[in-house]
Ligand binder design. Structure first.
Ligand SMILES: [Zn+2]
Length: 341
C-alpha cells in the first residue's frame, strides 16, 4: 500500500484549545504525524508527497466565502494590531444573523467552536491535507486497490461553511467527490471516536454516498448536537446516513458488534468504493476516548475492512495519544494489508 503526506501539513501549530469552559493544551499537534509515520515505516508502508490539484475539488464541497475566510483570516487578524491574540479564535459564536462585516464577525460565523484556531500556518496545512487525500484518491482512480492519506489537520468535523473540532477542510468528503468520477456509489465508514458531522452534512440528502459512523454517544460529547441514531438522511438521502453511537465506557466487544452492523449495511448498499475514515482516538488511553479498544484490535479492525474487498481509500482523522500512535498505526496497516493489497 502507498501512503501520502506533505511536511507542510505540520505548519499548523495551534496554541489554544477552549473546551468545557476552560483552556486546555492543544492535542491536534504536529508531533502526531511523526508518530504515525514511524508506525507506517514499521509496517513497511512507504510515504510519498502529494500532487497539487488546486482548490476546485475543495470548492465542490465548501462554500467559497468560507474558503476565502480561511485563506485570509490570519493576515487580516494580525493587521488588527498587537492587542489581538496570535491566532484567530472567536469569543463570539453567531452564524445568523451575521452580516460578516470584519474579521471578528467572520470568525464568529465560520468558526463553530473553540477548538479550531487559525494561525499563521493553518491554511497551508489544511490545503496540503486535502491534496494528500486527493492524491491517495487518485491511486484508486488509477486502479490501485488501497491507499492511505495521512491527513493533518483532520477533516470530518469541517462543515460546508465552518471549521470545528480541530478540522478546517473536509478531506474525506472532498475525496469522495473526486472518487465519484470512476466509482458512482461510495460508502464512507467513520470509526473515529467522534461523529463526523461535516461529512454527514455534505451527503445528508444524497443517495450515492452512504455515511456510516461508529462513535461515542454525542450527548455532552463532541460534536454534541449531531450523531444520534435517529438522524438517517433526508429526501433522496433518506436511509443513507447511519449513526451507530456507543454508550461511554463501551469496550472492545461492543465496538466490534457495531462494526459488524456497519459492515453489513455497507454490503447491502453495494458501493463501488470505500472511504475508511479512521481515528486512533478510539484507543482506550487516548485523551478523547469515550469508548476504548486495545492496540491489537486495530489489526482486527483493519482486517475487517480489507474483507470487504472494495477499492479502499484510508483517510486519517483523530488520535491524540502520542505514546501509542505509532504502534496503533502499525497494527492497523497490518490488518488492512491482510488480504494482500
Ligand atoms: Zn476524533
Amino acid at each position: 500500500m502507498q501512503a501520502y503526506f506533505d511536511e507542510r501539513q505540520d505548519q499548523h501549530h495551534p496554541q489554544t484549545y477552549f473546551t468545557q469552559g476552560q483552556m486546555k493544551q492543544p492535542q491536534e499537534i504536529p508531533e502526531r504525524t511523526g508518530q504515525v509515520r514511524d508506525g507506517l515505516r514499521q509496517a513497511g508502508v512507504t510515504v510519498s508527497g502529494p500532487r497539487d490539484y488546486g482548490m476546485a475539488p475543495a470548492n465542490r464541497v465548501h462554500d467559497l466565502g468560507y474558503l476565502r475566510f480561511l485563506e485570509s483570516a490570519h493576515r487580516r487578524w494580525t493587521a488588527m494590531g498587537a492587542s489581538w491574540g496570535p491566532e484567530v479564535l472567536s469569543n463570539i459564536f453567531v452564524r445568523s444573523p451575521n452580516p460578516k462585516r470584519g474579521i471578528l464577525a467572520e470568525a464568529a460565523a465560520y468558526l463553530a467552536d473553540g477548538s479550531c484556531p487559525v494561525g499563521a500556518g493553518t491554511w497551508e496545512s489544511a490545503y496540503w491535507s486535502v491534496q494528500t487525500a486527493l492524491t491517495a484518491a487518485d491511486d484508486l482512480l488509477a486502479g490501485q486497490t488501497m491507499a492511505y492519506a495521512l491527513c493533518r489537520p483532520p477533516g470530518h468535523h469541517a462543515r460546508v461553511d465552518a471549521a470545528g473540532g480541530f478540522c478546517y477542510l473536509n478531506n474525506a468528503a472532498i475525496a469522495a467527490e473526486s472518487l465519484r468520477s470512476r466509482y458512482p456509489r461510495i460508502a464512507i465508514l467513520d470509526t473515529d471516536v467522534h461523529h463526523g458531522q461535516g461529512i454527514q452534512e455534505v451527503f445528508y440528502e444524497r443517495s450515492d454516498v452512504l455515511y456510516v459512523s461508529i462513535h461515542g454517544d454525542p450527548t455532552n460529547f463532541y460534536p454534541v448536537v449531531t450523531g444520534f441514531e435517529d438522524e438517517r438522511g433526508r429526501g433522496a438521502g433518506t436511509g443513507t446516513t447511519i449513526n451507530l453511537p456507543l454508550p461511554h465506557g463501551s469496550g472492545v466487544e461492543a465496538f466490534f458488534e457495531r462494526l459488524q452492523e456497519a459492515l453489513t449495511a455497507i454490503r447491502l448498499f453495494a458501493p463501488d468504493a470505500l472511504i475508511f475514515d479512521t481515528g486512533f482516538d478510539i484507543y482506550r488511553e487516548d485523551p478523547q476516548a469515550k469508548i476504548g479498544i486495545d492496540s491489537p484490535d486495530f489489526e482486527r479492525l483493519g482486517a475487517s475492512i480489507a474483507e470487504l474487498k472494495l477499492p479502499t481509500l484510508v483517510v486519517q482523522e483523530g488520535g491524540y495519544d502520542l505514546n501509542s500512535l505509532g504502534t496503533n498505526t502499525e497494527y492497523l496497516m497490518r490488518g488492512l494489508s491482510a488480504t494482500g493489497s
